[in-house]
Write a protein that binds this ligand. Structure first.
Ligand code: EPU
Length: 421
């Protein structure tokens, strides 16, 4: 498995084009199951998770050509609407085929994803919603077996107990071909949900209210294939924004929509970092030590859990104490012991991490089993004294397109070391 070596000290400077959003691309590629014909998706990031999604669709008999940033999907009726454990265990987001399969084929067999490094992550809300739409669901040897007795889902009023992102996406897809009207309340408001709705509407669906907490979907008989370019990745952008600030750099991020990262920009500004909207992008100029800022993760439009690890790193370089509270996932502090090994002063109590800065970070060999935690360790390497080796970058490759090339182009001293396994 590959490792990444970083030698700290170089400021990041220049312009960076933000890639397409992973968490928008995944549900959108799965939504292609809803319509036969040739779909073309543009601005798709070149990531392992995209390849896993392609494998999953191919496994079901759908033709997929991946030539990033373009993915073509040749939608056709499939015979095996199933997502096997071997693929689901590589990527939890595989569960995103459940809604489209239920809607289109009235049956699905999808492995339960199980827990993962950041928490238990059940899918009860997805299943509850599909049951309300008329599906019968049983659990069989680790699989969700779904059957729609009358062949077609029917619209329903569904209140989600938690505004789950992939749950909202699954149910939105399911409702597009259901008979009648579906109303989803306490829906997730993330930009990726809105983007999926945009694609579904291009397919001919009738989805209203995406981006608010009530989404209404009027079911259609049939949908058409689409040609669509995917929005930029707000979390990738945020990660490089933190990289620019901690290294005393100056980076223009191209392609990102300010509204998608408004809360991050506000928190970075509070920390004393310059974040400016410019034609074509967002410029970040910063230099430690920063002002201490507390953050609590929340569903969108609150502070994103996917930026918590990177922001915590930023706060290790703040002059004073700050508190970072994680409310979305119960175990998303895997970066903490590794940052501590690099010299950060962090004390975790329950769901909060209490930081005392500024720390002088030192390079070390580190490892994390979560994508965003791994990203924070690469960023830590950019400012640490000496060399940092981030082991098993498998997780990073799931969500960051060529991170070493992008950081290298901005001036970082970084290289990928290819492993044997
Ligand atoms: N939850 C339930 N029951 C459910 C669904 C969720 O209890 O049926 C809980 C989860 O266990 C968690 C919380 O609700 O505690 C929120 O989970 P959510 O379902 O919103 O997360 P997700 O849809 O599985 C997506 C992103 C994650 C991101 C979260 C939160 C995709 C493919 N994944 O996951 O992205 O952290 O929303 O914003 O969209 C990442 O990119 O690194 C990543 C983990």
């Amino acid at each position: 498995m590959d490792n990444i070596k970083v030698r700290g000290g170089a400021p990041l400077r220049g312009t960076l084009k933000v890639s397409g959003a992973k968490n928008a691309a995944l549900p959108i590629l799965c939504s292609a199951l809803l319509a036969d014909g040739e779909h073309v998706f543009r601005n798709v990031p070149d990531l392992r998770d995209i390849e896993t999604t392609a494998q999953l669709l191919r496994h079901m008999g759908v033709g997929v050509d991946v030539d990033a940033p373009i993915v073509k999907i040749h939608g056709r009726p499939i015979e095996e609407p199933d997502a096997p454990y071997e693929l689901v265990k590589q990527m939890r987001a595989s569960v995103l085929v459940l809604g489209p399969l239920a809607a289109r084929y009235g049956k699905a067999r999808v492995s339960l994803p199980g827990g993962c490094a950041i928490g238990a992550r059940p899918i009860d809300q997805h299943l509850k919603g599909l049951e309300a739409m008329g599906a019968t669901i049983s659990l069989d040897h680790g699989y969700v077996d779904l059957v729609v007795p009358y062949g077609r889902l029917r619209g329903a009023d569904i209140h989600l107990d938690i505004p789950t992102v992939t749950g909202t996406e699954n149910l939105m897809c399911a409702a597009t071909l259901a008979k009648g009207r579906t109303r989803l309340s306490n829906a997730a408001r993330e930009p990726e949900v809105e983007e999926l709705a945009r694609v579904l509407n291009k397919m001919g669906a009738s989805v209203e209210g995406a981006g608010t907490d009530v989404i209404t979907i009027e079911g259609r008989e049939v949908l058409q294939p689409v040609d669509h370019a995917i929005i930029a990745d707000r979390i990738e952008a945020g990660t490089y924004m933190v990289g620019a600030a901690i290294t005393g750099g100056d980076v223009l991020l191209e392609g990102i929509t300010f509204d998608h990262i408004e809360v991050l920009c506000a928190k970075m500004r509070q920390a004393g970092i310059t974040v400016e909207r410019e034609a074509g992008g967002i410029r970040v100029v910063g230099k430690p030590p920063f002002k201490p800022v507390d953050v609590t993760t929340e569903p969108h439009p609150g502070f994103p859990t996917d930026m918590q690890a990177q922001f915590m790193l930023l706060m290790t370089l703040a002059a004073g104490g700050s508190v970072i509270t994680e409310t979305i996932f119960e175990n998303r502090f895997m970066h903490v012991p590794e940052l501590q090994r690099m010299g950060a002063r962090i004390d975790v109590r329950g769901r909060s991490a209490f930081l005392q800065g500024p720390s002088k970070l030192q390079g070390a060999r580190v490892m994390a089993t979560d994508l965003r935690a791994s990203a924070s360790l690469v960023l830590a390497g950019l400012v640490a004294r000496g060399e940092t080796e981030v082991l098993r970058v498998y997780h990073l490759d799931r969500g960051y397109e060529r991170i070493e090339a992008k950081l290298g182009a901005l001036g970082a001293d970084i290289e990928r070391v290819h492993g044997n396994a």
